[in-house]
Design a protein around this ligand. Structure first.
Ligand code: SER
Length: 292
């Protein structure tokens, strides 16, 4: 779209796009963050850096530093950048179904009572609330920050194998089945969780960020394409890949987290604001991923 992009990550990118300026560094480097704001006129921020749920539980201090402190620093700087330049900085924050709990909800809505049970979930909720507060402050000044967030379910990518998350079992199981590898599942067969494909996840962010204004005090949106149990996925894969070998070794760390996350999400709000819709067909959804 002719915009110039600065991309910051601790790893080198797999593929480089000519027009993107890449910086290999960390989100906790405050000096770097300051210099990016000082040297550029920033209009939009997409802040993805985080430790996922299982990694965060194992490294609570680092999770606080990366998931909360670095996010707050970035939000505060974006806000000041907007105030100083007399404009609004649009800020995207990927939140998670981890903010729900402690009871497993079906068709969870954004305003449903929330008490996350994991460190990761409380990090995400803290930033949702912090960003929303800065958003309110900006509204009264007409400059500052426009905070927008999506509560993602498990995201399934075609080519990137995730690790460190609780929902990762699904992309990992798909990958194993496709590559003729055995898979040991850490979740019980009746565990139901919501999911979205990477394409729809990206489109949702684009659609949300394209909106001129969002008239809602609650700055978060649920999105989901399908919701399925471990057994549903296993049955599907066993049909597609008859040699696929699956075993179960339930991990308390994984199961206790999955049991507090919703089995499905209510996406009416996303539908109302940007026409979010899906075919909701489990088989079609998986066939597309497998045949990529
Ligand atoms: N997919 C993430 C995880 O499992 C949740 O946002 O940790």
């Amino acid at each position: 779209q002719g915009k110039s992009i600065i991309a910051l990550d601790i790893n080198e990118p797999k593929d480089k796009i000519d027009s993107v300026h890449y910086i290999k560094d960390s989100i906790i480097n405050c000096e770097l963050i300051n210099s990016i704001f000082n040297d550029n006129y920033v209009k939009e921020i997409y802040h993805f850096a985080a430790l996922l749920s299982q990694t965060a539980s194992k490294n609570p201090k680092l999770a606080l530093e990366i998931n909360e402190d670095a996010s707050k620093y970035l939000i505060n700087n974006a806000y000041l950048h907007g105030i100083n330049n007399k404009h609004i900085v649009k800020f995207f924050f990927p939140s998670s179904i981890a903010v729900y709990g402690p009871r497993k909800l079906k068709n969870a809505s954004e305003q449903d009572i929330i008490k996350p049970t994991t460190i990761y979930g409380s990090n995400k909720l803290a930033i949702e609330q912090f960003g929303s507060k800065v958003h309110e402050k900006s509204k009264s000044k007409n400059y500052g920050l426009d905070f927008r967030s999506i509560r993602f379910p498990g995201v399934i990518s075609y080519d990137t194998l995730p690790s460190g998350g609780t929902t990762d079992y699904a992309p990992q199981m798909i990958n194993s089945a496709k590559n003729n590898l055995e898979f040991e599942c850490k979740l019980s067969s009746d565990t139901v969780l919501p999911f979205i494909g990477i394409n729809k996840a990206i489109l949702s962010m684009i659609d949300l960020m394209k909106l001129e204004k969002i008239n809602s005090k609650l700055r978060v949106f649920n999105v989901e394409e399908v919701s399925f149990s471990v057994k549903d996925l296993a049955n599907f894969l066993e049909k597609q890949f008859p040699n696929f070998k699956l075993s179960y070794k339930i991990s308390k760390d994984f199961q206790s987290v999955a049991d507090t996350w919703p089995s499905s999400l209510n996406c009416e709000k996303a539908n109302k604001f940007w026409n979010f819709s899906t075919e909701k067909n489990f088989e079609v959804f998986l066939e597309k991923i497998i045949n990529k």
